[in-house]
Design a protein around this ligand. Structure first.
Ligand code: FMN
Length: 149
């Protein structure tokens, strides 16, 4: 199987403060490193997540459907793109992290496949416009002062 990426967003069911986020990233990075996964996690002050995962298709799908979707710390996981990709966009990170505000998240979601098209494509591809916005976002946003490394 080849390289695959998957994008989703979700709503936390508990407040994710710095210690909770640090613990989540610590665990995720260890797992992702071991499984050759890369990606980026965004978190908003109103506790929403937006994440892109990249790696071998079966590894990405198993992590998302068996573990992340089943994680009781968040709900309403909504896939906004998934499919084969030629190369990794976040190769340097087992799981990069940025804080996004609600407007930034809204702009990213607006670039995702429109809801009415999802009816016909339950697994929409990752739109190039969305990927570009995400890369621009990362390029222009420094990490928060707290070290999540
Ligand atoms: C928003 C969010 C993103 C997550 N991303 C990852 C990830 O990239 N890699 C990972 O191993 N776990 C990630 N997790 C954690 C998994 O959902 C799960 O807790 C972890 O894999 C441990 O699963 P287990 O308790 O079944 O062993 C994430 C959880 C949340 C809430």
């Amino acid at each position: 199987m080849g390289l695959y990426h998957l994008l989703y967003h979700s709503q936390a069911l508990q407040p994710f403060d710095t210690p909770a986020l640090t613990a989540l990233l610590h665990q995720a990075r260890a797992f992702n490193r071991e499984h050759h996964l890369s990606g980026l996690l965004l978190h908003t002050p109103d506790d929403r997540f937006f994440q892109i995962l990249e790696g071998e298709e079966d590894v990405v799908r198993t992590l998302y459907y068996d573990r992340i979707v089943a994680d009781p710390r968040h709900h309403h996981c909504r896939l906004v793109g998934a499919g084969a990709c030629a190369e990794r966009s976040f190769a340097d990170w087992n799981m990069g992290f940025r804080v996004a505000n609600a407007a930034e998240l809204h702009a990213l979601l607006a670039a995702a496949t429109p809801a009415e098209l999802l009816l016909f494509a339950p697994q929409p591809r990752v739109r190039p416009e969305l990927l570009k916005l995400l890369l621009d976002f990362v390029a222009h946003h420094e990490l928060e002062s707290i070290s999540y490394a």
